[in-house]
Structure formats: structure tokens, C-alpha cells
Design a protein around this ligand. Structure first.
Ligand SMILES: *[C@@H]1O[C@H](CO)[C@@H](O)[C@H](O)[C@H]1NC(C)=O
Ligand SMILES: *[C@@H]1O[C@H](CO)[C@@H](O)[C@H](O)[C@H]1NC(C)=O
Ligand SMILES: *[C@@H]1O[C@H](CO)[C@@H](O)[C@H](O)[C@H]1NC(C)=O
Ligand SMILES: *[C@@H]1O[C@H](CO)[C@@H](O)[C@H](O)[C@H]1NC(C)=O
Ligand SMILES: *[C@@H]1O[C@H](CO)[C@@H](O)[C@H](O)[C@H]1NC(C)=O
Ligand SMILES: *[C@@H]1O[C@H](CO)[C@@H](O)[C@H](O)[C@H]1NC(C)=O
Ligand SMILES: *[C@@H]1O[C@H](CO)[C@@H](O)[C@H](O)[C@H]1NC(C)=O
Ligand SMILES: *[C@@H]1O[C@H](CO)[C@@H](O)[C@H](O)[C@H]1NC(C)=O
Ligand SMILES: *[C@@H]1O[C@H](CO)[C@@H](O)[C@H](O)[C@H]1NC(C)=O
Ligand SMILES: *[C@@H]1O[C@H](CO)[C@@H](O)[C@H](O)[C@H]1NC(C)=O
Ligand SMILES: *[C@@H]1O[C@H](CO)[C@@H](O)[C@H](O)[C@H]1NC(C)=O
Ligand SMILES: *[C@@H]1O[C@H](CO)[C@@H](O)[C@H](O)[C@H]1NC(C)=O
Length: 728
């Protein structure tokens, strides 16, 4: 008994590791005050920065930028310094800075020693982000500035021999030198001097350069030493430099939080600026966004991304909360949802209690309870299995098994779906998914887990006969692989009703399309000829080419499906027959659809391949006349389309009953030929009818002759087709 309880717990512990369930929503984070544009071209300018064409409340003092739209693309400036980028954390800007140079030629000395002053702004030159860099071989250069005290730093460089060990990528004193600058520097000026006017090195180093530069950016190359102002011109006089910014003057300890100018807003914290010049803000733990804006720091939805939460236990429920999240176990379980693997367990307290009590021989009751629960589960499962078995039998599973065992059919391509898969695919047979209802059952549109769209036919089994039809259809379709025969993907027998799963054909059936009220939607003569040819070739294939001949037995326009390219797909194989299987062809009851019947079959009860030819003839008539096979709107003797057609041919006015549209489009001799073919198919004597193969090749021939080398004709066909596609 105890073992049983353990097993149950074990099962729960070994639940497959699905991701924890999240209850959350995500939101985008604002960087700019609500009423401000804050955008220069595609660059967002985050508050406290702002643009000078926005209201003054859109930026903090000293953080005003300027978007020069005269440039293409527009460019951000601060004063007259070009801004490359800016960030809130780290609190930095990247700007362009002039290169200082000192150049010599035989007659002249050209130089520029720029200075930079950000005293008017809450910025400093970043001591961590920049290096003072000098390139040259006969120079000393310095940088002087003010950071409360006078500051000077510099490099001295002598390298007379150009073979004296320059190393690309290494700025280590030979031809290139770097030093750091102190914290808090707000202005600087550069100086470069030459020891010997570059006279000894003029052949390879006419210029020296000095600049404060983003320490990540500059990579020394020997070629930078060469050429007169080459380096300067190549970089268009500028190099990037990093500025640190801060909310200036006071450290966090000295700012009053109630001061309206206090920069850190809701859900954020103050921290002292690394440049020693004031403070900065950071969103509190569990928040992200812009801490300088009201409601700028937004709660992080830790539950949305498994990487940002520690809710790792299978089945654990992650609930996002302001500034954090809660990871709990679902009802009926407890433990620590953060522990992966064994986090949530079924009442571990009870479990340990059970263990102790079992040891003491006291907790038997609880164990019994667990056992009963377990037993209930087993019985329920057994019941379900039995139910499935019953369904399987009832749905013809045994019959199918028989067929498989008798080696009559191969089922390699067929998949057996589970009832559950199909419930999911059809959204529990949702009414909205119904594609059609017919005598055989209801067809639903569904989507399989792999994304394939399918048609699911739920077969109404009313009697043994229907069941046979159903199994029959599986057996037949599993034999066939033809582009004009609808594909069967599989079946399902363990559901309450047997189910067939087909490829989904989007265009509806031919009957709907022919007899649609809206005649504008009707297709052209060429398309009708294509459809007729495809049906004929599919049926001819069934009759001859398939490994075992198949009589279709129920050719009618409502069994012909069309896809969006008007490709015909023959479907509904419920009463079709594998001939080998049914050698006599004698049946006790006539099956088929009224209006398409072969009269000979009706009399003799003997179905032949020519019976299919007759039914096909009726479909041809439908395509030619757009008339219903049986119509009470015609006079009583013409009620049946076959007799109506026959009488009009006899009276030599069959052209009158043709669809006016095709009379315009089709060539007379072509229409005549198809009508003749229909006549031959509908011959009362089966022997006189052509075989399906003959019909197919005749239609194919007509279609070929209809695609002549004459270009205009062809163009017209394409045009008609396109027009129709558009109107659909
Ligand atoms: C902004 O636009 C420029 C060119 O117009 C492009 O090179 C750059 O990648 C864009 N930046 C962003 C963040 O989209
Ligand atoms: C705006 O940018 C231009 C560069 O295009 C610069 O010359 C000008 O001084 C800037 N204006 C202000 C007010 O910063
Ligand atoms: C030296 O440089 C100056 C200006 O940089 C220039 O005008 C002059 O032509 C140059 N002389 C020679 C010999 O290259
Ligand atoms: C820098 O600019 C400020 C005013 O913007 C000025 O008072 C100061 O003298 C300047 N410093 C240098 C070194 O030019
Ligand atoms: C910096 O040096 C200048 C002259 O070189 C001098 O006038 C000034 O007083 C010095 N400033 C400080 C803070 O030492
Ligand atoms: C350094 O790189 C330049 C080009 O970037 C190349 O021409 C030169 O030969 C290289 N020198 C050494 C020593 O690698
Ligand atoms: C610097 O340049 C050298 C050679 O020119 C190259 O091997 C090295 O990867 C470069 N380093 C960086 C950080 O770009
Ligand atoms: C360098 O050139 C300057 C004039 O351009 C001259 O006054 C000075 O004497 C020269 N120095 C040397 C060491 O040649
Ligand atoms: C900050 O306050 C402390 C004492 O409250 C004071 O000693 C210090 O000078 C103040 N610092 C500034 C920059 O005002
Ligand atoms: C923070 O948010 C709360 C409620 O959203 C509000 O009452 C409070 O005034 C806000 N505080 C600040 C500093 O914006
Ligand atoms: C800012 O806050 C985040 C988390 O809220 C933290 O990871 C980060 O280290 C903080 N940065 C600074 C500079 O304090
Ligand atoms: C987390 O959820 C559990 C169960 O729902 C609850 O008992 C606990 O108080 C919650 N923790 C917090 C911090 O809200």
C-alpha cells in the first residue's frame, strides 16, 4: 500500500517539465515625456535629454540637444558638437571631437591645437571611456585642463628608425602613446611640439596627431604615421569621444527627495555618479525604463521570459507582481516553485507525515486513501480504454484489421490519428468549423499540430452498410495516388464516431460552383474543359491504372472538389468498389445518386465501368448547360437533364440549351465535339459507350487543340482566367 502511495507521488514528481504557466502582460516603456516629440530622424532622445524645438519642459537644463534637419539624414548636435549616441545607463554620450595636428613639410609648419569646454553643461570628459592619444615620431604632446585644479599630462615620442618595432594594434610608446585623464575634467586644451621639426623622420612621418578618444575606438596602425595629414583627412578631422553626464552638484546624501528638481521619479533609486559630479537614477529592482520620468520605471514582467524568473518547477505558476513575481505551486500541491525538478509536490508535508506514520503504523488510513485514489485512476483508465476498444470495434476497426491482415491493401501512407488530436484540430468539432453536411456525415475544417489544414469527416454510422462504406473508403483511398483524387491522410477509429482525415480543398465542390446563383462567378469554357479532362483522367486512372481497378460508382458534380486553381479533386469514395473484391459486380440494391444513374445498371443491377462513363456524361452535360440534373422548373418530360438534352439533340436545337457564356467563349466545333462525347457517354447501351480512357484522351486532345500556337488566343485565355481569379 505504501508503495502505491509512493508511486503516485513519484508520478507527480516526474511530471514532464513543461514551462511554468505565466499570468502577465507586457508593455512598452516610454523614454520621452508624453507631450514631447523627442525624436531626431530615427533616434529617440531619452529624457532628461530633449530637443530645442520641443517645449522647455521636455528636457532638463543643460540637456538640450538640437536636431539639424538640413543634413541628410538629420543629425543631433549639442551646441555645435555632433552627437553620435547617448544612453541613460551608463550615463554617457558619444560625441565627435577634433583631432589636433602638427605637420611639417620642407617649407612650412601647419598645426591646430583644439580645445574643448563643457563647463556650461552637466558633463565631464569620461576618464574611464577615453584615452589621450598621440601619434608621431619626433614629438611631445600634452593635454591641460581644469578639474578643480590645474592638470597636465602628456607623452614624449622619439622613433627615428622606421624599422624600430612598430606594432599594428599596439599603442605602447613606439610611434603611438596613450595616457588617461583625471576624473571630472570639464575642459581641456591640446599642445603638440616637435623636437626637430620632423627633419630626421620626414621621409615617413611628416605629422603628429593628438586627440582625446573613445578608448574602445582607436587601434594604432603604422600607416597612421605616414602621409601629410592623411590620418586627419581620413577621419574627416574627427574622432569619437565619450562624455559622462550626471544630475550635477550634489551627491545623493545631500539632495532633498521632496525638492521638485529631484530627478529620480517613481520606483527608482538615486546613486552617486561615477564621475564624482552629482547623482544618477536607476530603476528599482524589478522595474525597467526611464527613471527620470514619472511612471518611467515600469514593472518588469519576469513571468513573460523564462530567463528572467526562477520559477523553474514543472507546473509552477508564475504570477507577475509590482517589482517582482510570485512563484507558487498550483492548488493541491505545495513546495518551492523555484526548485526545478522537485519544486512542486503533492503535499510534501503529508508525504513526510505519511512516511513517519507508516513507520509508526498509524498513517495507514491516508495510505489507503491514496491507494483508493490510485485504484480509481487505474479503473478509470481501464474504463476509458475499454470505451475506446468498443468505439474501435463499432467503428469498423476489426473490419479494417481484417483487410490489412488479408494483405489486400497497404497502409503505409495512412496515419491513425487519436481522438484527442482531432478534437484539438477541430476545436472540439466547433460548429464554426463545419464545411458541409452530407448523407455520409459532417465535414469539419481542422488544423493539425504540424500546421497542416485538413478536412475531417465525421461519419454518421447508422448501420452496418454505412460502416462498410466507411471502411471501403479508407481501403480505396489508401490505394490511390493521383493529383486529381483527394488525398486521405488518415483515419481515427477510437472516437465516438469514425473519422476520416483528408487534405483540405479550399474551393468547394463543382455542383455549388455550377449552380451558384451568381452567374458572374462561373468559370470560363477553358476551365470547364480542364475540369472535365481532370475528372475523366482521374476516373480512367481508377479504372485502369490503379493497382486494383476501382469503380467509382458515384460520379456527380457534388463529389468533385475544386481548389483555388480550379484543379478538380475527386472525393467521396463511400460506395466505390475494388473490382477484384467484388467480381460479380452484382448488387442487391442499387446505390448511386438519382440523376446520374446508368439506366442499364438500374435495370440489370449490374454495375460496370461503363456505368461510371454514363455518370461522367451527366457531369459533362452540367458543365455544358449549367442545368440541374433534375429540375422541376423544366417541363415534366424534360425534368431529367439527360432526356432534356437527348430531346434537344433530336430536335436539333441543342445549341439553345447550352450555357450562353460558353457559346461566346468556345469554338463551335469544340462545343460540338464535347456535346457529341457527352452523347456517346450517355448511350443507353453500355457497350456503345466509350471507355473512360477514351473519354479522357478525347478531352485531352480537345484541350490541346485549344491551346494553339496562335498567341492572341492564348493571351485571351490567360486574361479570362485572371479576371475570374480576381472576381472571386
Ligand atoms: C537610423 O537611420 C540610419 C540611416 O538612415 C541607419 O544607418 C541607422 O541604422 C538607423 N538607426 C536605427 C536605430 O534605426
Ligand atoms: C544646431 O545645430 C547646428 C548644426 O547644424 C549648429 O551650428 C547650431 O549652433 C545648433 N544650434 C543650437 C541652438 O545649438
Ligand atoms: C607645405 O604645406 C603648405 C601648407 O600646408 C603648402 O601650402 C605648401 O605647398 C607645402 N609645401 C610643399 C613643398 O609641399
Ligand atoms: C569654459 O566655458 C565657461 C563658460 O561656458 C567659461 O567660464 C570658462 O572660462 C571656459 N573655460 C576655458 C578653459 O575656456
Ligand atoms: C592654473 O594655472 C593657471 C596658469 O597656468 C593659473 O593662473 C591658475 O591659477 C591655476 N589654477 C589653479 C586652480 O591652480
Ligand atoms: C600594419 O597595417 C598596415 C595596413 O593597415 C600594413 O600596410 C602594414 O604592413 C602593417 N604593418 C605591420 C608591421 O604589421
Ligand atoms: C587592431 O588592428 C590589428 C591589425 O591592424 C588587428 O589585428 C586587431 O584585431 C585590431 N583590434 C581591434 C580591437 O580592432
Ligand atoms: C623648427 O622650425 C622653426 C620655424 O618653423 C625654427 O624656428 C626652429 O629653429 C626649427 N627647429 C629646429 C630644431 O630645426
Ligand atoms: C553634503 O552634506 C554633508 C553633511 O550633510 C556635508 O558635509 C557635505 O559638505 C555636503 N556636500 C555637498 C557637496 O554639499
Ligand atoms: C508614484 O506613483 C504613485 C501612484 O502611482 C503616486 O501616488 C505618487 O505620487 C508617485 N510618486 C511620484 C514621485 O511620482
Ligand atoms: C541599476 O539597477 C539594476 C537593477 O535594478 C542593477 O542590476 C544595476 O546594477 C543598477 N545599476 C547601477 C549603476 O546601480
Ligand atoms: C505568493 O503566493 C502565495 C500563494 O498564492 C501566497 O501565499 C504568498 O503570500 C504570495 N507571496 C507574495 C509575496 O504575495
Amino acid at each position: 500500500m505504501a508503495l502505491v502511495g509512493m508511486l503516485l507521488l513519484q508520478l507527480l514528481l516526474w511530471w514532464p517539465p513543461t514551462t511554468a504557466i505565466s499570468i502577465s502582460s507586457s508593455s512598452s516603456v516610454a523614454m520621452v515625456k508624453p507631450h514631447c516629440k523627442g525624436k531626431c530622424w530615427n533616434v529617440t532622445v531619452p529624457y532628461p535629454f530633449g530637443l530645442d524645438d520641443d517645449p522647455i519642459s521636455c528636457y532638463r537644463e543643460g540637456f538640450k540637444l538640437n536636431c539639424s534637419t538640413t543634413l541628410d539624414p538629420p543629425q543631433l548636435y549639442i551646441g555645435n558638437t555632433e552627437v553620435l549616441e547617448m544612453s541613460l545607463l551608463p550615463a554617457q554620450l558619444r560625441v565627435l571631437n577634433y583631432i589636433g595636428y602638427d605637420c611639417y613639410n620642407s617649407t612650412d609648419n601647419d598645426y591646430d591645437f583644439p580645445s574643448f569646454n563643457v563647463s556650461a553643461r552637466p558633463f565631464t570628459f569620461s576618464d574611464t571611456g577615453n584615452r589621450f592619444t598621440v601619434i608621431g615620431c619626433d614629438n611631445y604632446a600634452r593635454i591641460t585642463g581644469l578639474n578643480g585644479r590645474n592638470f597636465t599630462s602628456g607623452c614624449s615620442m622619439i622613433c627615428n628608425d622606421q624599422q624600430s618595432g612598430f606594432i599594428n594594434g599596439s599603442c605602447s610608446g613606439i610611434g603611438c602613446c596613450q595616457t588617461s585623464i583625471p576624473k571630472g575634467l570639464k575642459s581641456f586644451k591640446l599642445y603638440i611640439d616637435s623636437y626637430n621639426n620632423h627633419t630626421d623622420v620626414s621621409d615617413f612621418n611628416p605629422c603628429a596627431y593628438a586627440f582625446l578618444v573613445d578608448s574602445e575606438w582607436y587601434n594604432f596602425s603604422v600607416s597612421d604615421l605616414r602621409g601629410y595629414k592623411d590620418f586627419y583627412n581620413r577621419n574627416r578631422q574627427n574622432v569619437p569621444m565619450v562624455l559622462d553626464w550626471a544630475i550635477e552638484n550634489y551627491p545623493c546624501e545631500n539632495v532633498s527627495r521632496s525638492d521638485p528638481s529631484y530627478a529620480c521619479r517613481n520606483n527608482s533609486e538615486c546613486f552617486n555618479s561615477p564621475n564624482g559630479r552629482g547623482y544618477l537614477c536607476n530603476c528599482s529592482l524589478g522595474y525597467q525604463g526611464n527613471p527620470y520620468l514619472d511612471d518611467g520605471c515600469q514593472d518588469v514582467d519576469e513571468c513573460a521570459d523564462p530567463a528572467t524568473n526562477e520559477c523553474k518547477a514543472p507546473l509552477a505558476i508564475c504570477t507577475n507582481m509590482p517589482g517582482g513575481y510570485n512563484c507558487s505551486c498550483p492548488d493541491g500541491m505545495d513546495g518551492d516553485g523555484r526548485k526545478s525538478g522537485s519544486g512542486c509536490t503533492a503535499h510534501p508535508k503529508k508525504q513526510s507525515a505519511v512516511m513517519e506514520e507508516v513507520a509508526l503504523g498509524v498513517g495507514l488510513g491516508i495510505v489507503m486513501l491514496l491507494a483508493i485514489y490510485w485504484l480509481y485512476g487505474v479503473l478509470k483508465k481501464r474504463h476509458l480504454r475499454r470505451r475506446k476498444e468498443i468505439f474501435f470495434e463499432r467503428n469498423g476497426g476489426l473490419l479494417l484489421q481484417e483487410k490489412i491482415l488479408s494483405n489486400e491493401t497497404s497502409f503505409e501512407k495512412l496515419k491513425v490519428f487519436t481522438a484527442k488530436e482531432l478534437e484539438n484540430a477541430t476545436d472540439y468539432y466547433n460548429e464554426d468549423r463545419i464545411l458541409g453536411r452530407g448523407g455520409q456525415g459532417t465535414v469539419y475544417k481542422g488544423m493539425l499540430a504540424d500546421g497542416r489544414i485538413v478536412a475531417v469527416k465525421k461519419v454518421k454510422i447508422v448501420d452496418e452498410n454505412r460502416l462498410k462504406q466507411f471502411i471501403n473508403e479508407i481501403v480505396i483511398l489508401s490505394q490511390i495516388n493521383h493529383r486529381n483524387v483527394v488525398k486521405l491522410f488518415g483515419c481515427c477509429l477510437d472516437a465516438e464516431f469514425p473519422l476520416l482525415i483528408y487534405e483540405f480543398i479550399s474551393g468547394g465542390n463543382l455542383a455549388e460552383r455550377i449552380h451558384e446563383k451568381n452567374k458572374d462567378l462561373l468559370f470560363s469554357w477553358n476551365i470547364r474543359l480542364k475540369i472535365a479532362t481532370e475528372i475523366a483522367s482521374a476516373v480512367a486512372y481508377l479504372h485502369s491504372a490503379a493497382s486494383i481497378p476501382i469503380y467509382y460508382r458515384d460520379i456527380k458534380s457534388s463529389s468533385i472538389l475544386l481548389d483555388e486553381k480550379y484543379t478538380a479533386k475527386v472525393s467521396d469514395f463511400g460506395i466505390s468498389r475494388l473490382v477484384e473484391n467484388d467480381k460479380t459486380h452484382l448488387t442487391t440494391s442499387v446505390q448511386g445518386t438519382f440523376g446520374y444513374f446508368d439506366p442499364e445498371y438500374f435495370q440489370s443491377y449490374q454495375f460496370t465501368e461503363k456505368s461510371d462513363v454514363f455518370s461522367f456524361g451527366v457531369v459533362l452535360l452540367e458543365l455544358l448547360t449549367v442545368e440541374k440534373t433534375i429540375s422541376s422548373s423544366r417541363s415534366s418530360e424534360d425534368r431529367c437533364l439527360v432526356t432534356y438534352f437527348a430531346s434537344s439533340v433530336r430536335e436539333d436545337h441543342f445549341f439553345k440549351i447550352l450555357d450562353p457564356q460558353i457559346k461566346q467563349e468556345g469554338k463551335t466545333e469544340e462545343l460540338q465535339a464535347v456535346a457529341n462525347l457527352a452523347m456517346r457517354c450517355l448511350n443507353t447501351s453500355g457497350r456503345e459507350r466509350p471507355t473512360m480512357m477514351e473519354v479522357a484522351s478525347e478531352l485531352e486532345r480537345l484541350r490541346r487543340s485549344d491551346e494553339p500556337s496562335v498567341v492572341p488566343d492564348n493571351g485571351q485565355e490567360v486574361e479570362i482566367f485572371i479576371n475570374e481569379t480576381l472576381s472571386l
